[in-house]
Ligand binder design. Structure first.
Ligand SMILES: Cc1cc2nc3c(=O)[nH]c(=O)nc-3n(C[C@H](O)[C@H](O)[C@H](O)COP(=O)(O)O)c2cc1C
Length: 181
């Protein structure tokens, strides 16, 4: 199986990345998989210009930037990991750029994937979960959402995900389940 991991946080190795790491430990324990990582904050990706040239065959995006290897990896993958903290109730701006540019896959190549969506948040994640729930049936996506609240209920401080063993287990077990699928 091949997995594409889209890391949305600018904070490399922090909460959402830690969930992804534990997911992948479970996933990789099930066999020889190939995993390709994209740290979106490190890439140069232009916003979609709405030109709709991708609407016509061969449905390619004409912007030649770091989105091109993501298209390739997406098409080759069975599993897509969307890894993001909530920023103002949505994916980070970095990942929203990628999502908009996926318009070029909407006509051909977006469908029939498994999505694991790993979201960290302090107050709410539902608006982002709703977007994935809305598109999943349309594109025949097998959708799995794992949310993780990082706000301490009493102190209000951001809890590092490493201090939430039940969430790390949940991520590991989801990876295990999807690796076996
Ligand atoms: C600019 C900014 C906006 C945020 N907006 C939200 C939000 O709308 N809702 C929410 O629940 N948490 C919000 N947060 C909190 C982060 O989602 C939370 O701290 C998350 O655990 C960070 O994950 P990371 O360590 O992977 O970057 C925001 C954080 C930042 C820096």
């Amino acid at each position: 199986m091949k997995a594409t991991v889209l890391h949305g946080s600018p904070r490399k190795g922090e909460n959402s990345d830690t969930l992804a790491e534990h997911f992948l430990k479970g996933f990789n324990s099930t066999g020889e998989h190939s995993v390709e990582h994209f740290y979106i904050n490190d890439l140069t990706i232009a916003p979609c210009q709405g030109c709709m040239s991708c609407g016509k065959p061969p449905h390619d995006c004409k912007i030649d930037d770091d989105m091109q290897p993501i298209y390739k990896s997406y098409k080759e993958s069975d599993l897509i990991l969307w890894v993001s903290p909530m920023y103002w109730g949505y994916l980070t701006a970095q990942l929203k750029l990628v999502q908009d540019r996926m318009e070029a896959l909407a006509c051909s190549g977006f469908d029939d994937k498994t999505f694991a969506v790993l979201l960290t948040y302090r107050h709410h994640y539902q608006s982002t979960a709703s977007m994935f729930e809305r598109i999943a049936p349309h594109f025949n996506i097998d959708l799995h959402i794992l949310e993780c609240c990082t706000k301490h209920p009493e102190t209000g401080r951001d809890i590092p995900v490493e201090e939430l063993p039940e969430k790390l287990d949940e991520a590991y077990n989801l990876g295990l389940k999807l690796g076996k699928a």
